[in-house]
Design a protein around this ligand. Structure first.
Ligand SMILES: CC(C)(COP(=O)(O)OP(=O)(O)OC[C@H]1O[C@@H](n2cnc3c(N)ncnc32)[C@H](O)[C@@H]1OP(=O)(O)O)[C@@H](O)C(=O)NCCC(=O)NCCS
Length: 211
């Protein structure tokens, strides 16, 4: 019980923010933490460059969790196929902050950010992680075969850096080690999301003049 209260207190000290250019200083640590996590789990990851993540921050498409000025977590969104699809990707929580609900808070932000910016887009994620599948399911995502996801070449090029890309190619991009999970806005009309998160994300977007 005391432990749980401590975790809760630590979590409430962590700020979740829409990242901007000043957060570029965290990019190398984020990339290193992602690589290290994939090595430990023995899974593939779509490798991203420093420039790629820094651009997401500048475009208001990345979410950071910060404990004071320490990096606690990260994720970003991107649109594909003429903005008909949005992905939430690269979710990582620093090992010092895992198991405290930080990923769930980040996920609420990326999901809200995606819905506010592109309300008609289908949101999807490719994942091999139990925690992500659980959070996606709670939000209303369903597992789908890959032919229900975007056919945007630029998206699939992102998988080339993954150790499992041979399997993806062999299966003509219909299946791979990751599970595809899709949230279709047409099936969730009028469903609310956390008001507090909406307000926070909206405020940031308006202040930065991001549409
Ligand atoms: C996966 C990861 C992002 C989870 O972050 P976290 O902050 O520890 O997760 P949270 O504490 O917010 O937990 C979110 C939910 O996932 C569940 N969960 C967390 N880790 C889990 C695991 N290993 N297996 C199954 N469920 C898990 C939690 O129980 C929680 O659900 P609940 O609220 O219903 O209890 C973090 O462990 C991480 O960065 N791992 C390495 C990178 C990675 O695997 N990224 C995902 C790539 S697909």
């Amino acid at each position: 019980m005391v432990m749980e209260e401590k975790e809760e207190e630590r979590n409430s000290n962590i700020r979740i923010v829409v990242a901007d250019a000043v957060h570029e200083m965290y990019v190398d640590e984020i990339l290193q933490t992602i690589r290290e996590a994939a090595r430990k789990r023995g899974t593939g990851i779509a490798e991203r460059t420093h420039e790629y993540l820094a651009t997401k921050m500048k475009e208001g498409k990345a979410i950071m969790a910060l404990d004071g000025d320490r990096f606690a977590g990260f994720s970003y969104i991107e649109t594909w196929g003429n903005k008909h699809y949005v992905t939430t990707s690269g979710l990582i929580v620093h090992p010092d902050y895992q198991g405290m609900g930080v990923a769930r808070r980040i996920k609420d932000y990326t999901f809200t950010l995606a819905r506010l910016r592109w309300p008609h887009a289908k949101i999807f994620s490719l994942t091999s992680g139990d925690a992500v599948m659980k959070m996606n399911t709670d939000l209303g995502y369903v597992p789908v075969s890959f032919n229900q996801l975007t056919d945007d070449e630029a998206f699939w090029r992102g998988c080339r850096g993954c150790i499992n890309n041979d399997i993806l190619e062999l299966k003509q991009r219909k299946f791979c080690v990751c599970t595809g999970m899709l949230w279709d806005p047409d099936k969730h009309h009028g469903e609310p999301t956390s008001l507090e998160v909406i307000k926070d994300v909206m405020k940031t977007l308006v202040l930065r003049g991001i549409e």
